[in-house]
Design a protein around this ligand. Structure first.
Ligand SMILES: NC(=O)c1ccc[n+]([C@@H]2O[C@H](COP(=O)([O-])OP(=O)(O)OC[C@H]3O[C@@H](n4cnc5c(N)ncnc54)[C@H](OP(=O)(O)O)[C@@H]3O)[C@@H](O)[C@H]2O)c1
Length: 316
């Protein structure tokens, strides 16, 4: 699906595009939306489901009857989320798996457990993510933003691919950010080990990488019945936003969307029959948008291959 002329113009003017990130954009576009189809019998793996957008998406998907596996790092929060969401949606088909997604060995073990436990996986939602003010490294020696926002989804997706293909039609959904418009990828400084670290830029670069990987999966998986799409939620009032961007939250407060409004496009990408065969897009409010607005933010095919090689090496 291609972006409409109107959306392309808004994306290009940046300010016009950013107005759409607020709850006004949601209000403008959501008026004519159709009800989503039921999802009984569809197995969804959803990361970062204990808070914010992931929690809201879990509530929406549970209400549609999906079988959901919530992936979380905190067992108390995970168990509470399963109980509360299951009770409120009257959906007994919720379970959880525990993994710290910033550690590739835990992601690999998580994938093995998911493959052993679920003979079908129809939807994988890579939602967990964060912005870190200071540069940090994981116990595996990988810069934390890259590990959490990129490597986790890279490893989980690639390991679950055979099962997604067996379960086709199936879908990969990557939760990126509108912040990715501002940044390209620095292949020579992927882990920000050169120069002064900037948390917001490091975050935006990883969100750009998620979009590029989505496009690469979409190409590799053409004709397999597995689609890959990325989305961004606009600006939504979540615990994550409150912690990482408190000044921004104070500034724009009344214009922020709710987590449910931000999560709507995740749920739509997972459920909509219109999206069964659409792949490689970048969505906000159920509509496709441009990915490159500023010069120098895309990667050439050779650079994309190099990025894939580097991520593979980092995840070994
Ligand atoms: N809110 C926005 O306006 C906005 C805008 C653009 C993009 N996004 C993207 O949307 C996604 C969700 O963000 P949010 O605003 O909902 O943030 P949030 O409220 O902080 O939720 C993030 C979720 O990810 C989980 N998580 C983080 N690191 C993890 C790790 N190492 N292992 C396992 N789970 C981990 C968190 O678990 P805990 O509950 O244990 O902390 C939580 O469930 C992120 O990818 C973010 O980049 C958000």
């Amino acid at each position: 699906m291609k972006p409409s002329l109107l959306n392309s113009l808004a994306d290009r003017t940046v300010v016009g595009g950013m107005a759409g990130f607020t709850k006004l954009g949601y209000a403008l576009r959501s008026g004519k939306w159709n009800q989503l189809p039921r999802m009984e019998g569809r197995t969804v793996i959803l990361t970062g489901a204990t808070s914010g957008l992931g929690r809201a998406a879990a509530e929406q998907l549970a209400a549609l009857g999906a079988h959901i596996v919530l992936v979380a790092r905190n067992e108390v929060k995970a168990a509470r989320a399963v109980e509360e969401i299951g009770a409120s949606a009257d959906n007994p088909n919720l379970s959880y798996e525990i993994a710290d997604l910033s550690l590739t060995h835990q992601v690999a073990a998580l994938a093995d457990r998911l493959l052993a436990a679920h003979s079908e996986i129809h939807v994988l939602i890579n939602n967990a993510g964060a912005l870190f003010e200071e540069r940090q490294e994981t116990a595996e020696g990988i810069e934390l933003t890259l590990a959490t926002n990129v490597l986790s989804g890279f490893v989980l997706t690639n390991r679950l691919l055979p099962r997604l293909q067996e379960s086709a039609p199936s879908r990969i959904i990557n939760v990126s950010s509108g912040g990715m418009y501002t940044q390209g990828v620095s292949l020579g400084n992927l882990q920000w080990d050169k120069g002064e670290y900037n948390g917001a830029k490091a975050y935006a670069r990883t969100k750009r990488i998620q979009v590029i990987l989505t496009e690469m999966w979409s190409e590799v998986l053409a004709e397999t019945g597995v689609t890959a799409n990325a989305m961004h939620p606009g600006w939504a009032d979540t615990p994550g936003l409150e912690v990482s961007l408190p000044a921004f939250r104070r500034l724009i407060g009344p214009l922020l969307r709710s987590a449910a409004q931000g999560a709507d496009t995740i749920t739509w990408l997972a459920a909509s029959l219109d999206m069964t065969w659409q792949s490689g897009g970048f969505y906000l409010d159920r509509q496709p948008h441009m990915t490159n607005v500023l010069p120098g933010t895309d990667l050439t095919p050779d650079q994309r291959t190099e990025l894939w090689r580097m991520l593979t090496k980092l995840s070994e």
